[in-house]
Each structure stands twice: as structure tokens, then as C-alpha cells.
Design a protein around this ligand. Structure first.
Ligand code: URA
Length: 195
């Protein structure tokens, strides 16, 4: 597991049900000054076991797309809206999202990324504060107010969506490549043939 940093939560009992369902709190990983901050929904089984975000099958899909964009996991920051695994991998409830929001806002403040990339519907709606059609809006950049500060945010589908529907893979990879190009990170070269 990674070194602790100022964005880590070491103890929290705000969500009664999640305190029961989690094995541990899963904090963000990656450089504290990363240009790109990926925000997912909540830890799944593997993340709960290992203690890092996106280390299961969704993480493999994300790593592959990062490589296609000339990046690797060590170049970017990865976190979630909610830091504890919900039971049976259900979506986090709105009160759980609200309880965890100060931790996410603190991480966004400290990392101060050039671009936030939301992975899936839950983080997009949480940070944009409206309904989002992630497939239609993937690759689009918005500038929501997050904790009193304008942030650049690119919408992306969840990597798991590409496992259920391989037709979403190009949409997913294109959005990650667009994110890399936006921040001038990575080679920005598309090698979809590698997929
Ligand atoms: N899905 C998420 O949204 N976050 C993770 O950390 C893993 C899977």
C-alpha cells in the first residue's frame, strides 16, 4: 500500500452501514500534485481487500486505457466519491456521498488538478450536481464549482461499462486520451489497435 498523505482518512464512522460492510477505508493513490485526478464511485471487493482504488478488473481496464494515452497509473491521482465499500457493491446512497464529500473536496483542494475525470455516472452527477448521460457526454469538459472553486471536469464512462458492453470501449479510451491531451500529459497517441 502507498505512503500516507494529507488527503488520507484514517478513521471515520459517519456511515453506519458502510462501517459494517468495509474491511478498510480506501484512500486515493498517486502523486499529491498530479495534473489528472480520476474520481470513481466507491471501492469494490478487490479495493476493499487491497486498500487501493481501482485494483480489480475495472482497474485493469483503466490501466490499459492510460497506457494507450501514453500514461501510467503512477502519473495520475485516483480516488473515489465514497471511501468504504457498500454492501453487495450497491451504489452509494446520497447521504453516504454527502458524508464523504468533505474528504473528496479536501483531496481536490490539496491535489489541485488541472483536470478531474469522473469515471461513471455517480461521480459525474455528484460533482456536476445534475443528471448526466455519461455515454452521450463522455469526453465533454465542464467547469463546476467544487467547494467554492471552479474546476475543469471531463466526463468519462466507468471502466466496468466496457466489460459489460465492449461497444463502450472506444468511448472510454477516447475520453482518457482526450484527458491526457487536455493536460498535455502522456504522448496523447491513440493506439486503439493495441486493444
Ligand atoms: N469502481 C469504482 O468506482 N471505484 C473503484 O475503486 C473500483 C471500482
Amino acid at each position: 500500500m502507498k505512503q500516507m498523505d494529507g488527503t488520507d482518512v484514517t478513521a471515520c464512522e459517519r456511515c453506519e452501514e458502510l462501517v459494517e460492510s468495509r474491511s478498510r477505508i480506501v484512500n486515493g493513490t498517486g502523486p499529491a500534485d498530479a495534473d489528472l485526478l480520476f474520481v470513481g464511485e466507491a471501492p469494490g471487493a478487490q479495493e476493499d481487500k487491497q486498500g487501493d482504488p481501482f485494483v480489480g478488473r475495472s482497474g485493469d481496464v483503466l490501466d490499459e486505457a492510460l497506457r494507450a494515452a501514453g500514461l501510467d497509473r503512477g502519473d495520475v491521482r485516483i480516488t473515489n466519491c465514497v471511501r468504504c465499500r457498500p454492501p453487495d457493491n450497491r451504489d452509494p446512497r446520497s447521504e453516504e456521498l454527502d458524508n464523504c464529500r468533505p474528504y473528496l473536496e479536501r483531496e481536490i483542494d490539496l491535489v489541485d488538478p488541472e483536470l478531474i475525470v469522473t469515471l461513471g455516472k455517480v461521480p459525474a452527477q455528484h460533482l456536476l450536481g445534475r443528471d448526466v448521460g455519461v455515454t452521450g457526454e463522455a469526453g465533454d469538459v465542464f467547469d463546476p464549482d467544487v467547494a467554492g472553486q471552479r474546476r475543469q471536469l471531463l466526463v468519462c464512462v466507468h471502466p466496468a461499462a466496457t466489460l459489460y458492453d465492449p461497444g463502450q470501449k472506444d468511448t472510454f479510451v477516447d475520453a482518457i486520451v482526450a484527458a491526457a491531451e487536455y493536460t498535455d500529459e502522456g504522448s496523447g497517441q491513440r493506439r486503439l489497435g493495441d486493444f
